[in-house]
Design a protein around this ligand. Structure first.
Ligand code: UD1
Length: 363
């Protein structure tokens, strides 16, 4: 029997590991697949609700790391994960995405000479000020199997000299989850609960340090929300980082009855909101992809994207971090200037099956 441990740490990891766990069930006579939750995200609304919505089993290992500086968070994950690896001696560790838990666990495993697979490899924003960019580059450098979601990833890894034998273009596991749960999400009561009509509201998410850690940028965010809410209802599930900073700077977002602020929202409710939104304003990585898959208009408030296929092929418009420009683009979009898009190659709901097929032949 071979043993594989997949790592989840933060909110964007859960929907990536869920289809991988499901796909491993086909090999259950030869491979045991276990899940380790580092506890980087620990709030019920950032974590547990995703396990329920995605029908993930209770994690086999929980490291309970919680918040901290980057160094603290990364170091604590490494120390705790090392104990699990020494005890369990897995044949392979799977990490997904680009969060601190991703680099911490891949580094720990590779130093113990345990093979590492990185799912969502090769994405690059070329912005080394983003903590996620550092995590991506370093994780790819030490991984044995690199599973890529879009062609830019193949090119980036080639440029960095990664041998072709390590790289597999398998599609997007996050889209597997979207594909698996979009039907079920239709019965979510969230639209009714928030008093929304399909196609008549703007959905916003904002949590990147570059957008929410400075007072000036947060003030422009409040202006942007104020302006867009003159035209449409705007739903904004507020990330804990953003909430803390708004409180620290004494900024009030509850501007008028068109602004609907909520706590972080569960997976099924959130994809229901994406599906029904007229426009999304975001700085998230994953939402750029989910909106492209569902053909929903998306404006990304960042200067770079590590997911260029969502701009080249999909419905995503990368506007930069000047929120005055974002306001103009949002209002134009709501006035009918929309971007047509199509679905990127291999975003077909079968990425996890391809990944487990490759891995089952390698470990
Ligand atoms: C992390 C990831 C980012 C991802 C995002 C999604 C890194 C470097 N960043 O950023 O790539 O897009 O998650 O959400 O790994 N907090 C809570 N409750 C929680 C989790 C966090 O209150 O359940 C607080 C923390 O105490 C901290 C802040 O939110 O003050 C930020 O959390 P942290 O895990 O450091 O990074 P994120 O900004 O969430």
């Amino acid at each position: 029997m071979k043993k594989v441990i997949s790592v989840v740490g933060a909110r964007p990891n859960f929907m990536k590991v869920a289809p991988i766990h499901k796909a491993f069930q086909k090999y259950k006579n030869s491979i045991t697949h276990l899940i380790c939750h580092t506890g980087q995200h620990y709030d019920e609304k950032m974590s547990k609700v995703f396990f329920d919505d995605l029908e993930l089993p209770k994690p086999h290992f929980y490291l309970g790391i919680g918040s901290g500086s980057h160094a603290e968070q990364t170091a604590k994950v490494m120390m705790e994960f090392e104990k699990i690896l020494l005890q369990e001696k897995p044949d392979l560790v799977i990490v997904v995405g680009d969060v601190n838990s991703t680099i911490a666990c891949s580094l720990t495993a590779s130093k113990l000479h345990i093979k590492v697979a990185h799912v969502e490899a090769g994405l690059r924003s070329f912005d080394m000020k983003m903590p996620e960019e550092i995590n991506r580059i370093l994780t790819d450098r030490i991984s044995d199997f690199l599973f890529v979601t879009e062609k830019s990833g193949l090119e980036n890894l080639k440029h960095e000299g990664v041998p072709d034998e390590k790289v597999f273009f398998t599609g997007n596991v996050m889209i597997d989850s979207l594909n698996n749960y979009i039907e079920k999400a239709k019965s979510s009561p969230v639209m009714k609960e928030l008093g929304l009509e399909p196609g008549k509201f703007v959905l916003m998410t904002m949590h990147r340090p570059s957008n929410v850690d400075s007072e000036t940028q947060l003030k422009s965010l409040v202006n942007l929300i104020s302006s867009v809410s003159q035209k449409r209802k705007i739903v904004f599930p507020v990330h804990p980082r953003t909430r803390k900073n708004l409180e620290n700077f004494n900024l009030i977002l509850q501007l008028n009855s068109n602004v609907i602020l909520t706590d972080p929202i569960g997976y099924l409710d959130f994809i229901n909101l994406i599906k029904n939104a007229e426009l999304i304003l975001t700085d998230s990585g994953g939402i750029q992809e989910e909106s492209t898959f569902l053909g929903i208009q998306c404006i990304t408030l960042r200067t770079t994207t590590e997911r260029p296929v969502t701009v080249d092929v999909g419905t995503n418009l990368l506007i930069g971090d000047d929120f005055n420009l974002a306001e103009k683009a949002a209002l134009e979009n709501l006035n009918g200037k929309i971007k047509k898009g199509s679905i990127p190659d291999l975003w077909d709901g079968k990425a996890a099956e391809r990944i487990t097929e490759v891995l089952s032949g390698k470990i």
